[in-house]
Design a binder for this molecule. Structure first.
Ligand SMILES: C[S@@+](CC[C@H](N)C(=O)[O-])C[C@H]1O[C@@H](n2cnc3c(N)ncnc32)[C@H](O)[C@@H]1O
Length: 263
């Protein structure tokens, strides 16, 4: 599909069809690094830092949140780490000070359980602008064992994948780009709205509907990554450069994003 965004940027994206598992060339960490380069965020927030592999890619003012981080990668001096859960972080009293700048880019990769991811998304969106980009890791488990709600010590995505149907259902205003990438996919969310309270208002019902006995079988469309875009195609489309340009010019993205959704 070809989409003309403001600033004359043409975004051309095509969903992968007949995905052959294991044929993807790019790993999530390279994609994240490319997004940093192209989006040039002024404020980056990462939930789930572990040893700093992904946080180490950031050069701008960055907040990393993780109750158990143990950094082994080199960090930019602009990184501030918070040793607490994301819920505790977003309960802090000085958030207005920390977020005097809005979040330009966020990476959600903390606790891999659906209800945590919903809360993380709600909290990040409150401090976002319409030009923010949120990336959620691990939305494409490769099998039921990997997607189990009990920690799988070999490889664990948990039931993060449920955020895809949940956002489609409750937030049709958002633009979702599912990314076919190794090892377990990414979801890019655009067109955030800091004033939208739907997810927060419906939170209890959402959890009741998505979590519980018989609700953990990974749908075949998720395992086969139906509707996903190739990571390289998303990067080459110029969408992050377009979002950055619009953010810098403080223009709203609605026109471009609406057409991206409908074509
Ligand atoms: C998959 S690792 C993050 C990997 C890192 N983003 C990377 O790609 O290099 C998940 C991390 O989330 C952290 N975590 C677990 N529960 C959390 C919570 N409630 N809030 C924030 N982080 C959490 C864990 O301590 C763990 O270090």
């Amino acid at each position: 599909m070809g989409v003309v965004l403001e600033f004359e940027v043409v975004v051309s994206l095509q969903c992968c069809s007949n995905r052959k598992l294991g044929r993807c060339n790019m790993f999530y960490i390279e994609f994240l690094e490319e997004v940093h380069k192209r989006l040039a965020p002024e404020l980056y927030v990462e939930i789930g830092v572990r040893n700093g592999k992904s946080m180490g890619r950031s050069r701008c003012l960055s907040y990393g949140i993780d109750p158990d981080y143990e950094i082994t990668y080199e960090m930019s001096p602009h990184v501030q780490l918070f040793k607490c859960t994301s819920d505790m972080f977003f309960d802090r009293e000085n958030l207005t000070e920390l977020f005097c700048k809005r979040i330009d880019l966020a990476f959600i990769d903390g606790m891999h359980l659906f209800e945590y991811v919903v809360r993380d998304f709600i909290n990040i969106e409150k401090w976002s602008s319409h030009g923010s980009v949120v990336i959620v890791d691990d939305v494409y488990p490769r099998n039921d064992a990997e997607a189990s709600r009990s920690v799988n010590p070999i490889s664990w995505t948990g039931d993060v994948w449920k955020i895809i149907p949940c956002l489609k259902e409750y937030r049709p205003d958002l633009t979702l780009l599912n990314v076919d990438i190794e090892p377990t996919g990414l979801l890019v969310v655009l067109g955030l709205d800091a004033d939208n309270r739907i997810l927060a208002q419906e939170y209890e019902l959402i959890v009741e509907r998505y979590v519980g006995e018989g609700k953990d079988r990974v749908p075949v469309e998720i395992v086969n990554r139906v509707g996903a875009y190739k990571a390289e195609d998303i990067l080459e489309s110029g969408i992050f450069e377009a979002v950055a340009a619009m953010r810098v010019a403080k223009r709203r993205l609605e026109t471009g994003l609406a057409s991206l959704k409908t074509t």
